[in-house]
Write a protein that binds this ligand. Structure first.
Ligand code: PLP
Length: 369
């Protein structure tokens, strides 16, 4: 029984007659584990791998990778911005945005539970000498604008210079309301602040609210989008902004060691993801709803909520460890930490059957006692 999300994949034995077998990792002939730890665990589909193999490439530090250039142009145009920069990770994309908006001794205002504050190793402070000012978030992920206003520092040598407001959409799966985005835009403009969006899951927000991604993005000065979450690319994020901001970000990317060369094969995966994996995010959302419904009927499981592709549940803390063992044996992976609150994430590699198997595995466990 495979125990990790990776162990069901193996290099197919060399088979001279099987051209694809020598080029691609093939699924082993075992039951696939269902991995709900995150939507980062998706693996490129055979069609995506084929698109990667065929991609024309060049040296991107010289600006000569045609596939990278095409991806950057496409995302900039789609989201309504002058320019875009393809980068390896969402963390680097956010870091470059913060370092392009802010200088040494500047400050950004950010949610206390936001990725750009809490989950990026303190990079803005470590590498950018930028001070974060965390603001407690509302349950919907928004930062109350009166609290944001109160945190803006006076212009005085005692204080860091407040330069930027950073939001996240979706946040823990929740879609920020469009009227909040409009209010945040007006607020930032009035107060002379830049406005950055960590839109790692921007397309989930767009699909869930039935508006084009650019309708969300247009309120911001810069937006970072992950191609490697629910969109299913193996690697890559894109930062969009003005040409001047993206020029700065490109310089900081080089400084951070992120200037890459024939990255077109990765950009091709991103192009493929944008062509084929955006509308289908709706399937992830409906599967999360199905999963939430199925789990909510189980005594021992407390459903806290489900938002886009995420389901949040509580289970009794003293049963967490046994639950983990039981689920692994059933071929289901979830993140089990110290908290009884669990986050289950649906994505490209979880189908209807998988959702049913997860519900059965939970039922089996909680029926035992
Ligand atoms: C995953 C994620 C990131 C960072 O992306 P990496 O590619 O893992 O560095 C940033 N923000 C949010 C909200 C994310 O979920």
């Amino acid at each position: 029984m495979p125990m990790s999300s990776c162990s069901a994949w193996r290099l197919a034995p060399a088979a001279p007659s099987d051209q694809a077998g020598s080029l691609f990792f093939q699924r082993a002939n075992t039951v696939e584990p269902i991995d709900l730890r995150s939507d980062t665990v998706t693996r490129p589909t055979p069609a995506m791998r084929a698109a990667m193999l065929d991609a024309p490439v060049g040296d991107d530090v010289y600006g000569e990778d045609p596939t990278v250039n095409a991806l950057q142009r496409r995302v900039a145009d789609d989201l309504g911005f002058e320019a875009a920069l393809f980068v390896p990770t969402g963390t680097q994309s956010n870091l470059l945005a913060l370092m392009s908006h802010c200088e040494r001794g500047d400050e950004y205002l950010v949610g206390a539970d936001a990725h750009t504050y809490k989950f990026e190793g303190g990079g803005a402070a470590v590498l950018g000498s930028i001070q974060p000012q965390p603001i407690p978030q509302e349950a919907d992920g928004s930062l109350p604008l009166d609290k944001v206003a109160a945190a803006i520092k006076p212009v005085d040598p005692h204080f860091a210079r407040t330069r930027l407001l950073a939001l996240e959409n979706t946040w823990h799966g929740r879609v920020l309301p469009l009227d909040y985005l409009k209010a945040a835009r007006d607020f930032a403009s009035e107060r002379g602040l830049g406005l950055h969006l960590d839109g790692a899951r921007l397309y989930n927000a767009a699909v869930a609210s039935g508006v084009p991604a650019r309708e969300i993005a247009r309120h911001f000065d810069s937006v970072s989008v992950c191609l490697s979450k629910g969109l299913g690319a193996p690697v890559g994020s894109v930062l969009v902004g003005s040409a001047a901001l993206v020029d700065k970000a490109r310089r900081w990317r080089k400084v951070a060691g992120g200037g890459w060369r024939q990255a077109g094969m990765l950009a091709a995966a991103g192009q493929y993801a944008l062509d084929h994996h955006v509308a289908r995010l709706a399937d992830d959302h409906s599967r999360a709803a199905t999963l939430a419904m199925g789990l909510s009927g189980i005594s021992g499981v407390k459903l806290l909520g489900h938002y886009t592709n995420m389901v949040f549940i509580d289970v009794p803390a003293d049963r967490l460890r046994d639950l983990d063992v039981h689920l692994r044996a059933a071929g289901v992976r979830i993140s089990i930490g110290y908290l009884p609150t669990l986050r289950l994430v649906t994505h490209l590699d979880v189908n209807d059957d998988g959702v049913a198997r997860v519900i059965e595995a939970f039922k089996g466990f909680f029926a035992r006692r």
